[in-house]
Design a protein. Sequence first.
Lengths: 322, 322
Amino acid sequence: MAVYTEVNDDDLSAFIAGYGVGELLSYKGIAEGVENTNYMVHTTQGTFILTLYEKRVAREDLPYFLGLMEHLVSKGIPCPLPVKAADGRMLGELAGRAAALITFLEGFWTRRPRAEHCAQVGAALAQLHLAGSDYQRTRANALGPQGWRPLFDRFSARGDEIAPGLAALIDRELECLTADWPTGLPSGVIHADLFPDNVFFVGETLSGLIDFYFACNDLLAYDLAICLNAWCFEQDHQFNVTKSRALIKAYESVRPLNGDERAAMPMLARGAAMRFLLTRSYDWLNTPAGAIVKPHDPIAYLRRVRFHQGVGSIKTYCGEID
Amino acid sequence: MAVYTEVNDDDLSAFIAGYGVGELLSYKGIAEGVENTNYMVHTTQGTFILTLYEKRVAREDLPYFLGLMEHLVSKGIPCPLPVKAADGRMLGELAGRAAALITFLEGFWTRRPRAEHCAQVGAALAQLHLAGSDYQRTRANALGPQGWRPLFDRFSARGDEIAPGLAALIDRELECLTADWPTGLPSGVIHADLFPDNVFFVGETLSGLIDFYFACNDLLAYDLAICLNAWCFEQDHQFNVTKSRALIKAYESVRPLNGDERAAMPMLARGAAMRFLLTRSYDWLNTPAGAIVKPHDPIAYLRRVRFHQGVGSIKTYCGEID
């Protein structure tokens, strides 16, 4: 949530001129996105987001992300469209950073999601999974199961600074996840970070999905499990089955889960909670005091891991009698 | 340059509903303004800036600032217009802060001003002075000559941490300024902070004046002296007479200076440089390491004070033979 890189008006005017989107009218650094610098840009032809990619995003991954957005828009998914420069490229260079100009989507993320929001997210996620099925590029999930143990190793000695016993809990849970992680489930393009701040609504209607910079190829049902963690727990960490049922039912109305996916859902939910527990714990321990971007509290995801450990079947998430 | 206060979507939607500007479409926190939190807001009827006034702006001054913008717009000055709520008020309350919704001005500030920019600023400043002449409210200049010594007293013991001898230099200079500060010059509404980042251009044409939160009643020629400091020195602190001549000539093409104002210009310029040397020195010494907003370097204004001390007449600023 910060403007890491300043852009001067002469450089931006020259950059914009390469895109055939009219003359620059205004630009404002916006407090959005944790990894990159974003500007909202008005030209005589419309509103755009200019993204400058900071070092945490690997430059070699950018064609995957930008190409994916273009692919999804072509399939009718409401996500930002990278504008092509006159020479056909989507990726440029500005202020010493890789840079892209993308279309602006109206809408704002909902701070207090209700079941109706969750239902729309579920349907949109399934549509995204279907739309991604013929996307040609691939990208491994750097934060998938193979990445969890190495990430844990980077902070395990300090894990108990976050909560007593945390390191031992993560260690045991990683053993379980490694042993029982499902194989053979349908895989494809997943968003991998579809939290409330990455879904826009206008009024009550979903208007956009943004921030594809964790997108990758992995199990489709794992993406649903991420949303289950991100959308279906209250501020006090209580699981909300009404939201969860709405999310899953709407997902299945577009893309029904198969039997293996349904059976794996508790394990996938544990893994999804673990993935965010790990990254939040690492960031919590490694963010300097006074940093511009405040780290998220890992404890919310410790609570989720424990919740999912006690779930025996997808019926719990669907509010069905087990 | 920060978003100090987060606004949630439900609260903002309710706030916007009071203004008759249509439905909320999107809002983004923008990295603009040092004192306050600003959001760029799109509604079905247009683009607006939402300002949340943080503690450094005195609430009792807000009617002066907002009323002034409204007055200036009515006189044709290109500045933001506070939108009136259905009940006629310009000032509301949101997220525990005083808040105003103002019209959005296209344009961007020029990082590398040239003489043509300075000329437009000079003319716009004079137009602002004329337009303000019948504004009814008044506000004393808290950062005028009477405020300088008390501000210096707050950091004088640490002044030499910035530069050896700085405290003694300021002390002597304040003596001079107090003894020789002009009286009887034309006074009225001044902007008091018309730096390059508060003047918007579209292409080469001035499109807006913003940030009236230092505006007050004081000597009109002092406002020109502030611009002379803000616009007519290079990055290496060298005075640029081409820019200065352009600024003053354009100002005088709209509002000619009288003989007393011309005679006082070197002293006014010294005072203007001192005012920013003082506030920047104070901020430099009192901004915590790692703060979101980085303080400006005071040394640039120490250099300006010294330059103006050697100026005998306005002819130096106008590039005329003395």
